[in-house]
Write a protein that binds this ligand. Structure first.
Ligand SMILES: [Zn+2]
Length: 739
């Protein structure tokens, strides 16, 4: 009892972080403050320990009772229905329900009349028998030893025919990562030598699958028992509470669900605690779980928004928490509001913050809206990015004094941001005036998709778009593609194209959020959708700002590998190819290799004119290598678009960079095939910068001299087409004319 209460208090300070969360959140996780156990609370009036515990009472006996494990249930059901006693590995956290799953599997295999979903019927003679009688043997590796000697002994002792001669003998090894190498090898041999007649099934359970022998793992069906998500946790606890006739406040259940990391057993322990306290209010529950900081936060936020930083510091000083906890709490507040209120994407950042009602959230956000003169939460995004960057780059485990100094720095940043806000408003007013006067003549070179919906394959227009955009990136932004990504197929054959598309879109939204696109204008992505044998795939070429260099890319790679769709039980296969070269010609070679890879799904019958006027295969003209990987043979896609772009290659970004009649040029459109990939773009970029500055200055001077909009239009009209600008390098058209 004492241990449980102490454990609860420690758990109360823990952050609940989904696997999808950003790097910043992962760092918060790394500084999880775990507090020492608090003194044991007075014994409850009606001790729950004397009754059968809820965890025991509500342990699932059939698949129908299991909450939130669709994949595990689907696989085990199908094995039982087909009477295939395959050996499996269940991994997941303590209390996630691995043992329960193993037992349902073992009992289902031995039941004489399993129900439609493979669950044991619970009424036949085998279902009524004990574990040992039906041949379900459990072995706790740490308690009974992980040597081959011990395991072999156990197997021999328990090796006998079960009462049910048609049944399976199930050996369940818990905490299997504690098996010694010899034991893992011995078990592997048993599994490999298994013949149909012996009907032996090995079920391994572990919290650390990575520590299990790779050879053994390769022979097992691996199933992850995942934590319940917040919504499922809430429904689960509410259902049990109703069933057990425990009165509860929905908000309290929500708080509890957030605190227990989605593990059914812990959720039920927590519910028992609440039961012992009677029907308590949300405020009481927050105090009970030691997470009641709301009042402090509210006062702090109000002081900060009034720019009363002296008051803000004394509130922090009086807050009875350790310095690093204050830092992580304020950081968690920023993360929680960023995702939940600004981006409107649900994120569990911290159980207390997750338990806030809509009214409480609005109350916390309102002072910031006022401070930054914003009308809607989404306007706060740029300020939030700056604030989160501050905490991300700050020292993360400071002592009390250092924490207060950090907060003082943070307040200076806030003051600067508020100041910048008023400047930005003025600047926007000025620039919208001058833009209006010159915009009629600006010609954005944006290429629209020309085909109707569902044209199915990469067309000539798509190829033009890919090659031109690949050329625009270095011309306009002075950078090259430095990574490429292939996504797909989805590991589920019943997923349709539009679902797959949504999944890909979701992936890129989250990816681009992690790269912090708004803070990195040179980020760019160009993608092509394709249909291959396995399903919907996409090829993408990217420029990822190398500010953090290898570290950022490594992190992205890991994130992408672990990426799971939030809404669907599906996964993407993923290839990430990164080049950190920055110097031409190597990076230019990678860049064009990536762009050509995107064109690899084009049909073989596309033709265009060569310089001598003859018609040739477009694949040869653009230099697509004659390999299977580069000349693919995709199937028809059902719907558009095929080519998509974002970041520095979005339509808006290209339009912006092309103002002042500074449209980029295209060797592809000019059919200057020999110049497609020789890297001239970076020289063009240097010349563009000089010329753009010169033109902007010319307009500015004219404006100051009192030029009318008509005068400005005349100046713009004097700027000829994109080929006739001053350049240091010699273009293909100049060679042709002998200029
Ligand atoms: Zn049965």
């Amino acid at each position: 009892m004492g241990a449980t209460a102490g454990g609860l208090n420690a758990a109360a300070c823990r952050f609940v972080i989904p696997r999808l969360a950003s790097a910043a959140i992962q760092r918060v996780k790394a500084i999880i403050p775990v507090k020492p156990a608090k003194p044991v609370r007075p014994a409850p009036v009606e001790p729950w320990t004397t009754r059968m515990s809820l965890a025991a009472k509500y342990r699932p006996q059939t698949f129908g009772d299991v909450w939130g494990q669709p994949t595990v249930v689907r696989v085990l059901s199908s094995l039982i229905q087909r009477r295939v006693g395959a050996s499996i590995l269940l991994h997941g956290a303590v209390g996630s329900g691995k043992t329960t799953m193993a037992r349902i599997y073992g009992r289902g295999l031995n039941c004489s009349a399993p129900s439609a979903d493979g669950s044991p019927c619970l009424s036949c003679q085998h279902c009524a028998a004990s574990d040992k009688e039906i041949g379900f043997y459990e072995y706790d590796v740490p308690a009974r030893g992980g040597t081959w000697h011990a395991i072999d002994n156990w197997l021999r002792t328990d090796e006998r025919n079960p009462r049910n001669s048609k049944g399976f003998v199930v050996y369940f090894l818990d905490e299997a990562h504690r098996l010694e190498r010899e034991a893992a090898e011995g078990l592997l041999k048993r599994i490999e030598d298994e013949d149909e007649t012996r009907r032996q099934v090995f079920v391994f359970a572990t919290t650390e699958p990575g520590r299990l022998s790779a050879a053994l793992r390769s022979r097992l069906i691996e199933l992850e028992v995942r934590p319940l998500d917040l919504e499922t946790s809430v429904r689960f606890v509410s259902q049990v509470a109703r069933d057990a006739e425990i009165a509860f406040d929905p908000a309290v259940v929500r708080l509890l669900a957030g605190l227990k990391n989605g593990h059914p057993r812990n959720l039920l322990f927590g519910l028992e605690q609440l039961q012992s306290l009677g029907n308590i209010t949300l405020a009481e529950a927050r105090r009970h779980f030691d997470v009641d900081h709301l009042e402090v936060l509210r006062n702090y936020v109000a002081a900060v928004a009034d720019m009363d930083f002296g008051e803000a510091l004394s509130i922090l000083n009086a807050w009875n928490e350790e310095g690093r906890d204050k830092v992580s709490f304020v950081h968690a507040l920023l993360l929680s509001t960023y995702f939940n209120d600004i981006l409107r994407r649900p994120l569990q950042a911290n159980p207390l913050l997750d338990s806030l009602t809509a009214g409480e959230r609005a109350h916390l956000l309102a002072p910031f809206l006022k401070l930054f003169g914003a009308t809607s939460p989404v306007d706060l995004r740029p300020y939030w990015l700056e604030m989160m960057r501050f905490w991300r780059t700050s020292q993360q485990a400071p002592d009390e004094e250092a924490a207060l100094l950090l907060f003082a720095d943070f307040h200076i940043l806030l003051a600067e941001l508020a100041e910048r806000k008023s400047e930005a408003v003025e600047r926007a007013a000025v620039s919208s005036q001058s833009e209006n006067s010159i915009s009629p003549l600006a010609k954005p070179p944006v290429l629209k998709q020309v085909n109707g919906p569902g044209h199915g394959f990469i067309t000539q227009a798509d190829v033009a778009r890919v090659i031109n955009y690949a050329s625009y990136l270095p011309q306009l932004h002075g950078v090259w593609f430095n990574s490429r990504v292939k996504l797909g197929p989805i590991l589920r054959n019943d997923i349709n194209e539009s679902e797959a598309r949504k999944l890909h879109e979701q992936f890129w939204i989250e990816f681009e959020d992690r790269v912090d696109v708004s803070a990195n204008p040179s980020f760019a992505r160009l993608s092509v959708a394709e249909r291959e044998d396995g399903g919907f795939v996409s090829y993408s070429a990217l420029h990822i700002p190398a500010a953090g260099g290898a570290e950022i890319l490594q992190e992205l790679r890991t994130w992408a590998r672990n990426w799971r769709s939030r809404t669907q039980d599906a996964e993407l296969v993923f290839e990430f190819d990164v080049k950190l070269e920055t110097a031409p010609p190597k990076i230019a070679k990678f860049h064009w290799g990536s762009a050509l890879l995107l064109c690899g799904g084009m049909a073989g019958n596309l033709r265009d004119q060569d310089s001598d006027g003859s018609e040739r295969d477009l694949r040869d003209l653009i230099g697509l290598p004659r390999t299977k990987k580069m000349r693919r043979d995709p199937s028809r896609l059902q719907c558009d678009p095929i080519v998509t772009a974002s970041g520095g290659l979005s339509e808006a970004a290209i339009e912006l960079a092309s103002r002042l009649s500074m449209a980029p040029i295209s060797a592809f459109d000019a059919k200057a095939w020999g110049h497609l990939r020789d890297g001239w773009e970076i020289e063009e970029y240097r010349d563009r910068r000089v010329e753009t500055a010169r033109r902007a200055q010319a307009l500015r001077i004219a404006e100051l001299a009192g030029a009318t909009p008509e005068d400005l239009a005349l100046i713009q009209a004097s700027w000829e087409g994109p080929l006739y600008r001053p350049r240091q390098w010699r273009g293909w058209w100049q060679t042709g004319r002998g200029v």
